[in-house]
Design a protein around this ligand. Structure first.
Ligand SMILES: Cc1cc2nc3c(=O)[nH]c(=O)nc-3n(C[C@H](O)[C@H](O)[C@H](O)COP(=O)(O)O)c2cc1C
Length: 216
């Protein structure tokens, strides 16, 4: 009887709790954030620069890319193209060409890091996004990138948005590598998203809440 009463009490407690996080019976900002998977993904996402060697399945990469192209975009013009690279050989070749080109410059320092794997912050898969320059196409691609990173987060994957590698890839030295991505004529590579299983858990970088103001 005592056991039954105890079990009933636990069930009642679970049923009236707002969430599994804080067990409060009334809604609070913290627990309800943990109960909302979208807000949870937004708040938990961090830029990942260390990845395990585990490959990301094409099923997951497909899903992430599909979430990307479902981002809002100006007049639904979809002036963007996406190329997914999950070939270690491709990523290593690009890195080797970059390494050769920056020999003797300060950029060479990054290769000395023991954790260095490739120029895409070590990610085993990289999604390249190009835009056909026009009204708000850069914003469109940024929103696409946001969708992709949040999708990755929700699928248990780490990610990082990068423009740094594109600076070199869009230079003369990077031309053959960019060409191998096969973007259509008139499209310019803008950013890339590294995706993989995170091998680090970085803390959130501070955000300045002062930038948010209500206008009465
Ligand atoms: C448009 C854009 C370009 C970025 N380029 C790079 C990059 O080239 N290399 C890098 O390590 N991080 C890059 N980042 C990641 C930012 O450094 C990171 O988002 C920022 O420090 C906030 O950290 P968090 O993403 O962990 O919240 C970029 C982010 C954005 C949005």
């Amino acid at each position: 009887m005592k056991k039954l009463f105890f079990a009933l009490a636990i069930c009642l407690f679970a049923a009236t709790s707002c969430c599994n996080e804080c067990k409060k019976t009334t809604k609070c900002d913290t627990c309800c954030e943990a109960e909302n998977p979208v807000i949870e993904a937004i708040m938990a996402r961090r830029s990942i620069r260390a990845y395990t060697d585990e490959a990301v399945s094409r099923e997951l990469l497909d899903k992430i890319a599909e979430c990307g192209i479902n981002a809002p975009n100006g007049m639904n013009a979809q002036q963007w193209e996406v190329r997914i690279v999950d070939s270690k050989e491709w990523l290593d070749n690009a890195t080797a060409a970059y390494r050769e080109d920056v020999k003797g410059t300060p950029a060479e320092k990054q290769f000395e890091e023991p954790s260095f794997k490739n120029m895409f912050r070590n990610a085993p898969a990289v999604i390249f996004v190009a835009h056909k320059p026009g009204h708000c196409t850069q914003v469109d691609c940024g929103l696409m990138a946001g969708n992709m990173m949040l999708a990755a987060q929700s699928l248990g994957l780490g990610s990082i948005c990068m423009m740094g590698p594109l600076m070199w890839l869009n230079s003369e030295a990077g031309e053959p590598i960019i060409a191998s991505l096969g973007f259509s004529e008139g499209y310019e590579p803008l950013l890339c998203i590294g995706i993989g299983y995170a091998d680090e858990q970085p803390d959130a970088r501070p955000r300045n809440k002062e930038v948010i103001k209500y206008v009465e």
